[in-house]
Design a protein around this ligand. Structure first.
Ligand SMILES: *Cc1c(COP(=O)(O)O)cnc(C)c1O
Length: 475
């Protein structure tokens, strides 16, 4: 399998060539040159694989269609090591839970950091360790987080050979639980840097360091952000696992509603659908930061300024632009890379927006690709959390609540609607208390986590100080 860039670079690349990379050199995102097609017979075979051999065996079947430069036995072992009941809490890894009528939740948040990002990041940790070992190289991951990404990356990379993680976060702005999760890690290869500023300051530091190409090369700086193809690929697997659990035969269709920010998660759903998985609708649920809902309603993609980006009670979806969206637009435009490069390059840089409303291809987002969308606000979130608790006795997190709210607006009778549960409520306890007047359950292994010793350095928002710190730790 070869990978290409959405902006036209056709230098042949295989999976391991792009595994440790972020953007393609031309600024585009990597995609496979084609989507392998899953026949009815294969889907039936995979049903049996999932039911008899489990999630990790299904993951191997899917990943091996896209990864042909890691020996099959090694890839199978990496999947088996990643997707265990020990790490993900249940043998099914991503069990479906029934909510009401045709509405289901797919539990993706029982990994080490209680958010769905573990599903991909845990695999990435094992892939990185394998590939770096094979090359005899090391990598220093520099990231910025407002919560879920940073902790998922740290728990995936802790103790991994050849990898160090330097994670910046805005000082004092993450929830106490999120801070405790990250800062209580004592592994020698994990470094927490609390920046005196906001999340944007952290991102600016990461950009400044990455733009210093000499430094980047000398210190082997890498990232693990959501545009990484391997992360997206790992997420494709749970769409198949969700479909298989929700159906008995391949004649049935299933819809998914996905709480969305950077369009990474739902883009994996798009890939699964392009492979032939019988998905009816892919419903994008946003919070008040409705960049994506606006696009799917109007055809206008408009990046927000920082003054226009709201801090919400589903903070992991607080985005100003959707960094994976270019992948879908590339497909929507019939894989026209010149046009994609123009829209996401000059057009966004100059106008901060592009408009496909008059293009007949825009209508295909719904008709050919199954996309629909909706938006949920703080009061919707509270009402949904309360309603689901009162009627079904389930406590759902704020992001998942955005999903449930929007899913209910798009349900079609007879088609199971699966909402992806993207985090557990304990991560966002303050809003749960606001909605229910009581604390959410805490998995026992997290008891007292806030009282553990913390390992974090506090720094001003200054890239040169972050660099100096990295230099010191790399020597
Ligand atoms: C990251 C995250 C999202 C958004 O996922 P994208 O892939 O960026 O669309 C939603 N919910 C939670 C809890 C997250 O951590």
């Amino acid at each position: 399998m070869q990978y290409i860039s959405t902006r036209g670079d056709r230098t042949p690349k295989r999976f391991c060539d792009i595994l440790l990379e972020g953007l393609a050199p031309d600024g585009g995102l990597y995609l496979p040159e084609h989507y392998p097609q899953v026949s009815d017979a294969t889907l039936t075979a995979w049903r049996n694989v999932y039911h008899r051999q489990g999630y990790s065996a299904l993951a191997f079947e899917i990943l091996s269609l896209y990864i042909d430069d890691i020996p099959a036995a090694v890839l199978r072992a990496l999947c088996a090591k990643t997707y265990t009941a020990e790490v993900f809490g249940t043998g099914e890894i991503v069990p479906l839970r029934h909510v009401e009528d045709d509405l289901w939740l797919e539990a993706l948040s029982n990994g080490p950091t209680l958010a769905f990002k573990d599903m991909a990041m845990q695999l990435l940790g094992n892939l990185f360790e394998y590939e770096l070992g094979r090359r005899g190289e090391s990598l220093n991951i520099l990231g910025a987080t407002s919560g879920d990404t940073g902790s998922a990356a740290e728990y995936a990379m802790r103790g991994k050979k050849g990898v160090r993680v330097f994670m910046t976060s805005p000082h004092g702005r993450m929830s106490p639980f999120q801070q405790a999760q990250m800062f209580s890690l004592m592994d020698d290869n994990i470094f927490n840097i609390a920046i005196e500023g906001v999340f944007d300051d952290c991102q600016d530091i990461v950009k400044a360091v990455s733009n210093d190409l000499a430094f980047k090369r000398q210190y082997k700086i890498g990232t693990v952000n959501s545009i990484n193809w391997a992360r997206l690929l790992a997420q494709v697997v749970y769409y198949f696992a969700g479909y298989i659990q929700a159906t008995e035969t391949n004649a049935q269709k299933v819809s998914f509603t996905v709480p969305s920010g950077n369009f990474g998660n739902v883009c994996a759903g798009h890939v699964a659908r392009m492979m032939g998985l019988p998905i009816a609708q892919l419903v994008v649920a946003t919070n008040e930061n409705d960049v994506l809902d606006e696009f799917f309603r109007t055809g206008i993609y408009r990046v927000r300024g920082s003054a226009d980006t709201h801090e919400t009670s589903s903070p992991s979806m607080d985005i100003s632009k959707a960094s994976n969206f270019e992948r879908f637009v590339f497909d929507l435009l019939g894989r026209d890379s010149a046009r994609t490069a123009d829209l996401f390059g000059p057009q966004l840089a100059q106008a901060g927006r592009f408009d496909l409303s008059a293009d007949p291809l825009f209508a295909q987002a719904a008709s050919h690709y199954g996309f629909a969308s909706g938006k949920s606000t703080h009061s919707d979130r509270l009402a949904t959390i309360k309603d689901v608790f009162e009627r079904h006795g389930m406590v759902i997190d704020t992001h998942t609540a955005d999903g449930v709210k929007v899913a209910r607006e798009h349900q079609q009778s007879g088609v199971p609607m699966v909402v992806l549960e993207t985090a557990l409520p304990i991560k966002f306890a303050e809003t749960i208390v606001e909605a229910l007047g009581q604390q959410p359950d805490r998995p026992p292994k997290f008891n007292g986590i806030e009282d553990l010793p913390k390992r974090v350095v506090v720094m001003p928002a200054d890239a040169s100080q972050v660099k100096a710190f990295m230099v010191e730790k790399c020597d």
